[in-house]
Design a protein around this ligand. Structure first.
Ligand code: HEM
Length: 139
């Protein structure tokens, strides 16, 4: 069975997910995370061709989505509706190489924040499961 992104949540402590937004520093922390992530995307030969020339909207959407997922304001869904990440990624060919490149870029962005180990682990576990759930191409 394929996991969907929300299914990643039960593997984490729900209280830890709900309180993460405030604990790490709110919107600005997520903006900085996504900034680091997209700087890595820009330099990545596997990922860069998948994204549009203008990374601005992608940055804003990912920030809003993560803020909402980790307990912050729900502006993302108010503006864009239900995340439906598998559906929104269906038009990109995501195989193991793309998944691994994405997770590599995001895990460096997470590690650069210097969070408490337990919080860092929660983000890495979530992104690992979420990225795997978006693979839509077989080997
Ligand atoms: C597995 C590798 C992944 C690849 C190759 C990938 C690639 C992409 C691309 C190309 C876009 C479109 C950007 C645009 O048109 O502006 C996108 C959008 C997005 N991605 Fe990913 N993605 C991956 C994994 C993930 C994961 C794991 C998450 C969440 C944890 C995520 C969250 C999002 C969000 C929220 C959007 C914007 C959706 C919207 O509101 O339109 N992606 N992704």
């Amino acid at each position: 069975m394929r996991a969907v992104v929300r299914d990643a949540a039960p593997q984490l402590d729900p209280a830890q997910v709900a309180s993460m937004y405030e604990r790490v520093g709110g919107h600005r922390w997520f903006e900085a995370l996504v900034e680091r992530f997209y700087a890595a995307v820009e330099a990545d030969p596997v990922l860069r061709p998948l994204y549009p020339d203008d990374l601005g909207p992608a940055r804003a959407h990912l920030t809003g989505f993560l803020v909402q997922y980790w307990g912050g304001p729900t502006t993302y869904s108010e503006e864009r509706g239900h995340p439906r990440l598998r559906m929104r990624h269906a038009r990109f060919a995501i195989g193991q190489a793309e998944r691994d490149a994405w997770f590599r870029a995001m895990s460096s962005a997470v590690r650069a924040a210097g969070l408490a180990v337990v919080d860092e682990e929660a983000f890495l576990t979530y992104f690992d499961l979420a990225a795997t759930s978006l693979v839509n191409q077989g080997p």
